[in-house]
Design a protein around this ligand. Structure first.
Ligand SMILES: *[C@@H]1O[C@H](CO)[C@@H](O)[C@H](O)[C@H]1NC(C)=O
Ligand SMILES: *[C@@H]1O[C@H](CO)[C@@H](O)[C@H](O)[C@H]1NC(C)=O
Length: 121
């Protein structure tokens, strides 16, 4: 069951949920870097970003980590379905860096709910 779940999220990363008018690719969830082995001792940062939807509005949030370890895996897993879950983007840093900036944006009238895990050493 967990394997199937992980597979679905990988598919979501490879296949953009939608393409906007400018042609930028937006993704539902992110699994970036080498996430095959993520021992607990390598966890640098955990975040749960949750904002409820407000009718006719878009919600957004930023999750930022600055540290010492070199990041090798970034996960920003959407807790909602592709139809309502909004988008996520790594806007600074990430794999190979010691910092990462992750921006999340909801669809109109919907909330955002992402679980973020950053691994490194
Ligand atoms: C991913 O990390 C594991 C554990 O550190 C390592 O054994 C494996 O070779 C790595 N895979 C890639 C594609 O770098
Ligand atoms: C994601 O962030 C990068 C870096 O800021 C930016 O160039 C890119 O346009 C963003 N992608 C989307 C879909 O917003």
């Amino acid at each position: 069951m967990i394997v199937v779940f992980a597979f679905l999220f990988s598919v979501a990363v490879i296949t953009p949920a939608s393409i906007n008018a400018q042609g930028d690719n937006y993704v539902t969830s992110i699994i970036d870097g080498n996430c095959t082995t993520t021992p607990d001792q390598d966890i640098l940062f955990n975040d749960h970003v949750h904002k409820v939807g407000i009718p006719l509005f878009t919600r957004s949030a930023t999750s930022t980590y600055y540290g010492d370890g070199i990041i090798y895996c970034v996960k920003a897993i959407n807790q909602q379905s592709e139809e309502v879950g909004g988008h996520v983007n790594i806007t600074k840093g990430g794999v190979g860096h010691t910092f990462v900036n992750i921006e999340m944006k909801s669809f109109v009238s919907h909330g955002i709910d992402f679980r973020i895990s950053i691994y490194g050493k």
